[in-house]
Design a binder for this molecule. Structure first.
Ligand code: 5GP
Length: 114
């Protein structure tokens, strides 16, 4: 049996994290190593999708719920403008294979790409 992802363990309360928002199927936490003044991860509660391509193909409504929560977090924590990043594949910097979006906002330089 494969091990739970770090995000599933956070959702289950096995690892502490600052949960800033949630909906029925998605939750949002502060990144442990922030790359911007606001750096929040928005994550489906299910761990069944490894990346955004799998999620978009199998459950576009869940992807839309995720984007909606990202927007709500950005509206709550900054002026509403934000960058939404899905690292897809190890070669692109993905380290946790439980799909998640990085919401980056506040004081972003024009060249920053996370
Ligand atoms: P990826 O590199 O897969 O796109 O993003 C994974 C993100 O998860 C990284 O930005 C990393 O800092 C964050 N992360 C990894 N472990 C933890 C943790 O235990 N708690 C929190 N809050 N974030 C984590």
């Amino acid at each position: 049996m494969s091990e739970s992802s770090v995000f599933t363990r956070i959702l289950n309360g096995e690892i502490p994290a600052d949960i800033v928002a949630e909906t029925e199927n998605v939750f949002a936490i502060r990144d442990i190593a922030p790359q911007a003044p606001v750096h929040v991860l928005v994550i489906p509660k299910t761990a069944q999708y490894r990346n955004v391509v799998e999620l978009a193909t199998a459950d576009p409504a869940l992807l839309a719920e995720l984007v909606g929560l990202a927007n709500a977090v950005a509206a709550d924590q900054t002026d509403g403008d934000f960058r939404l990043v899905f690292n897809t594949g190890a070669g692109a910097g993905q380290t946790v294979f439980h799909v998640h979006a990085h919401v980056l906002a506040g004081g972003l330089s024009e060249s920053s790409t996370h």
